[in-house]
Design a protein around this ligand. Structure first.
Ligand SMILES: Cc1cc2nc3c(=O)[nH]c(=O)nc-3n(C[C@H](O)[C@H](O)[C@H](O)COP(=O)(O)OP(=O)(O)OC[C@H]3O[C@@H](n4cnc5c(N)ncnc54)[C@H](O)[C@@H]3O)c2cc1C
Length: 261
């Protein structure tokens, strides 16, 4: 469903990232699930023509508000960063398939890189509402790129932050951290987003420890509703590799099935 949402705030939260909060006219587009996304018309001008997909970061059905966290990257997100409170923003969604939390789950691990924490924060809040403990490894380029520390605390997440600058984000080190958490905290599910390298690593870890695992994939998108086939990725199922559209069949997939090129 496309609605005109009112921008409540659109603030820069660090050197490269913005936080956007909007109010939607009514509850019609709820429920919104962690892992789903909205396809956003960043500007009222003809350019950029295509919408840009952003994952839901925080959901407040009671107050009809949605929040997004985004990296200012190119023409679309630069235009979005210019938008001001009280302006109307054309958002299409919620789209795609969200994360699944198993009924019997007690302790989950989220492994995020960069703005991948946006979608995984929404999952952490969902986990909290179900009394599931959430642990996190958050990877970033530099300490100044650490995002949403306050929100993670609010969601009760025990987070370990690692970064490229001091070498703590080295994949082998992250693997050791993840394996220690799996053992000590009795992790029963892994969720990842934001880095191909970490996703490959987590696929291996989940496989070795026989853990349920999901990934939220990100790919450049055209229509966002399955018509253009612009966001196809490969899935391996029953010993067969088949193409799937991230916007329609994802963006969340079982990690074990995703074929990383
Ligand atoms: C499901 C999903 C969820 C996501 N969630 C988040 C999130 O929560 N936060 C976040 O920061 N990022 C998220 N992303 C990534 C985000 O969508 C991209 O960073 C964003 O689309 C970049 O747009 P841009 O215009 O700023 O960058 P650009 O690099 O300028 O454009 C992005 C793509 O659109 C193409 N493009 C640009 N202009 C045109 C045009 N006129 N015609 C045709 N193609 C064009 C470019 O070639 C490029 O492939 C998500 C992506 C997906 C798929």
């Amino acid at each position: 469903m496309a609605v005109k949402a009112e921008i409540l705030s659109n603030q820069q939260v660090s050197r490269r990232y913005f936080h956007l909060k909007v109010k939607v006219p009514n509850k019609q587009l709820f429920p919104v699930q962690a892992g789903q996304f909205f396809h956003i018309k960043c500007s009222d001008d003809a350019k950029p023509l295509l919408r840009r997909p952003l994952s839901i970061f925080r959901i407040n059905e009671e107050e009809c508000t949605l929040e997004f966290l985004y990296l200012v990257k190119g023409v679309g997100t630069k235009a979005l960063a210019q938008r001001k409170p009280q302006e109307k923003l054309d958002i299409l969604g919620p789209l795609g398939k969200g994360f699944s939390l198993k009924e019997e789950s007690e302790n989950i691990l989220v492994v995020a890189r960069g703005v991948g924490i946006a979608t995984l924060s929404a999952l952490a809040f969902k986990a909290k509402s179900k009394n599931i403990s959430c642990f996190a490894i958050i990877s970033a380029r530099a300490k100044e790129d650490y995002l949403v520390e306050a929100e993670l605390k609010e969601a009760g997440v025990e987070a370990i932050f690692v970064n490229d600058e001091d070498g703590t984000s080295d994949p082998q080190r992250v693997k050791l951290l993840a394996e220690a958490l799996i053992k000590e905290k009795k992790i029963d599910g892994i969720y990842t987003c934001g880095s191909r390298r970490l996703s490959v690593l987590m696929k291996q870890v989940a496989c070795e420890h026989q853990l349920f695992a999901e990934i939220a994939l990100e790919e450049n998108m055209g229509c966002g509703i399955g018509s253009c086939y612009g966001c196809v990725c490969q899935i391996e199922e029953e010993e067969r590799i088949r193409p799937v559209r991230i916007c329609l069949e994802g963006p969340v997939f079982p990690l074990e099935k995703v074929v990383f090129a």
